[in-house]
Design a protein around this ligand. Sequence first.
Ligand SMILES: Cc1ncc(COP(=O)(O)O)c(C=O)c1O
Length: 274
Amino acid sequence: MNDSVTLLAVAVGGRGVVDPAEPVLRADDEALLRGRAAFETIRVYGGTPFKLAEHLARLAGSAERIGLPAVNRLELEQLARQALDAAAAPDAVLRLYWTPTPVALALVSELGDHYDELRERGQRLISLRGVRADEPWLLPGVKSTSYAVNIAAEAEAKRQGADDAVFVDAEGTVLEGPTTNIWWRRDRTLLTPSLDLGILAGVTRATVLELAGESGYAVREGQFGLTALRDADEAFTSSSVREVMPVTELDGTPISRGPAADELQAALRHTAEG
Ligand SMILES: Cc1ncc(COP(=O)(O)O)c(C=O)c1O
């Protein structure tokens, strides 16, 4: 899967829409120097970003935890609108950034069709040792631009012939993917790691929690080992851009496909597209 960003439009606080090729940050912005900025990645359906208020709330929380100036949500909303209008792409990806200077940025990029292709095929995951963010300075639940480790984990998964990774802690507790939350099913119960493991509170995770109930599934959030995932009746990941994505292999062991991923993906699209 190629996750490179193809920009369609950029809007910057205090400037509005700019040529995507133009520089937008000062060289001393700590977003660049130290990866100290908050960001959000949001799926756009028919020109409207899905769950924008929830993403802005998470951005504000991340900024506060990193010690950045308070997020100006109204400014970011306006920049998002300007960038989306300039991009004129109904289905796209919106990224919002808030840096220490502070600079507010809204980026709109192409969605591409590789996610739907991967959904058809199902994704192969490998488990990788990650860090359980169980201390405040490990920034549990914060979405910051210090994502080099997450990107390196994706690259390692691809190097090993898989599509993506799932992080486990030193004891083998399942955490999350580099840019996704993880789920699996046992009979009519969906299982997913709980937020107190320091994982990101995915906006899609919260949506899937609601949709699961409506679709007649029970949900258990908790602390689970890797064998629980490997022995699942089916498994999938969730994220704003990748949506609900079936998992068909973990560390080389096949995992069956099942109905829940397809049902929840359909329900998510139905909710998002109104
Ligand atoms: C580490 C991590 N976990 C989970 C997610 C899924 O979150 P959301 O559903 O809000 O996209 C992301 C999204 O980028 C992430 O980076």
